[in-house]
Design a protein around this ligand. Structure first.
Ligand SMILES: *Cc1c(COP(=O)(O)O)cnc(C)c1O
Length: 453
């Protein structure tokens, strides 16, 4: 039965009516969800006034903190004009401004922007565009996608079909599209015994082989550049992406970069593809695009792809895909303000000392006897806990180490949400050095509290 230690009637009402995402609701029978009433910068504030540092940016979406005066103003200003209008046969300046900015700021061959409303749909759009492109250009047998083990691209059935994480797929396996999973990089447990700083992505071999063997039937390769987020912030070096681009160029397969989690400053750059001189066929963006204000996504592609859909109405070449809230003006207004803020006052350069500092204080975690690895890409950092440092034996899932550390973190005013045995940090970019230290110290104490013998 409902057992609510805080005794707040609203929590009882939540438990009666609400079904939370990716949550075993029974957990909430003993420990209710946080009842958050306000946000302020990097802090969430609950009904009792207790503050929690939001070190995971509310599922990786927030860049500039909660309740930001400029984003609030951009949103209110647009709300006073128009909240929403359909986007077929209609356009509006928030969307035009945003599309033009994205075209200007991403690699030059990306010239067209298709809007949708979340990360999964941005991937669905890329998959469907790729499939329809091949249907309309005579290579009708190109109907499969290659994805990596550990890859995550959203949880609607199409996006799930290119995920490489069993936890999400298992229950739905029977109805998923038949795609091809390839073993991806695993730098922590590298089977080649190499280091990511110096290797040549020797682990690209299975991808190279699979692409060659299926050259005629592969529509494209879907990948999270540099960081496989949901897999536990697994990180790999850019040389893998270079090799992928060359191999796809030689077989003609599209490259679909899912930068939903890593774009807009997380790695220290606006876009991973731009930073590393890469030219994906499709670029999927969402999460940080509105700095966590409203759901919005964009799928960018090249003129070549666009032209395959362009023609007489009777040719029926149009891209047949739509969402009711496509290019929502309120969301576009927040995105435009987000991009302005990312680009002014050398904002990205101001991240460099924070990135360095995160690495320095993060080093403290390496001293923990359970720290298998502390890894970092820009403003994203993660620690993988192991039972035994030498053998790298993981903690068994039934111990729920991550969940218990999450609860300890709450006591210390830090809101983490570990992925299995991986404790990670993807804080709002505005976090200050002092707060980075507090975040790492709280994680350190929480881990010790759970694992000390
Ligand atoms: C979160 C995420 C998605 C899915 O985005 P939603 O908005 O949750 O649908 C897709 N790809 C990556 C890399 C993500 O991190």
């Amino acid at each position: 039965m409902l057992d609510n230690p805080k005794n707040d009637p609203d929590l009882d009402r939540d438990l009666r009516a609400v079904w939370h995402p990716c949550t075993q609701m029974k957990d909430h029978a003993s420990i209710p969800p946080l009842l958050i009433e306000r946000g302020e910068g990097i802090y969430l504030i609950d009904r009792d006034g207790k503050r929690y540092m939001d070190v995971i940016s509310s599922w990786w979406v927030n860049l500039f903190g909660h309740n930001h005066p400029r984003l609030n103003a951009a949103l209110k200003d647009q709300a006073d004009r128009m909240a929403h209008v359909m986007f077929a046969g209609v356009t509006h300046s928030p969307a035009i401004d945003l599309a033009c900015s994205l075209v200007d700021l991403t690699p030059s061959h990306l010239t067209r922007v298709f809007f949708s409303d979340n990360g999964s749909t941005s991937v669905e759009v890329a998959l469907k565009m790729s499939l329809q492109y091949w249907q309309q250009t005579g290579q009708v047998e190109r109907v499969r996608f290659i994805h990596l083990s550990g890859g995550y691209h959203g949880e609607t059935l199409g996006a799930l079909s290119v995920c490489g994480i069993d936890l999400f797929r298992e229950k739905f396996e029977k109805v998923l599209m038949e795609n091809i999973e390839v073993t991806g990089p695993d730098c922590f447990r590298c089977p080649y015994n190499l280091r990511p700083e110096s290797c040549g992505a020797e682990c690209f071999e299975p991808m190279e082989k699979t692409l060659a063997e299926n050259a005629k039937t592969v529509a494209g390769v879907v990948i999270e550049p540099l960081v496989q987020g949901a897999a536990g912030m697994k990180m790999y070096p850019p040389v893998y992406l270079k090799k992928l681009e060359d191999a796809c160029a030689s077989t003609g397969a599209h490259t679909i970069y899912d930068e939903v989690a890593v774009a807009f400053g997380r790695t220290g750059a606006l876009f991973v593809c731009g930073e590393h001189g890469l030219s994906p066929t499709f670029l999927c963006l969402s999460k940080g695009i509105t700095s966590g204000y409203l759901p919005l996504a964009a799928t960018l592609t090249s003129e070549e792809i666009f032209q395959a859909f362009y023609g007489e109405p009777s040719s029926m070449k149009l891209f047949i895909h739509s969402h009711s809230y496509t290019a929502n003006p309120l969301a576009c207004a927040c995105a435009n303000e987000t991009i302005t803020m990312l680009r002014e006052n050398n904002f990205l350069e101001t991240l460099q000392p924070k990135i360095k500092y995160l690495g320095e204080v993060g080093n403290r975690l390496r001293e923990l006897e359970w720290c298998g690895e502390f890894r970092q890409t820009g403003m994203i950092a993660a620690m993988e806990l192991v039972r035994d440092k030498k053998s790298r034996e993981p903690f068994p899932p039934e111990l729920r180490v991550g969940y218990r550390i999450y609860l300890e973190g709450l006591k210390r005013g830090v809101f983490m949400r570990p992925l299995g045995n991986v404790i990670y940090f993807i804080p709002p970019l505005i976090i200050m050095e002092k707060e980075i230290e507090t975040m790492i110290d709280a994680a350190d104490e929480s881990i010790r509290a759970v694992l000390k013998k």
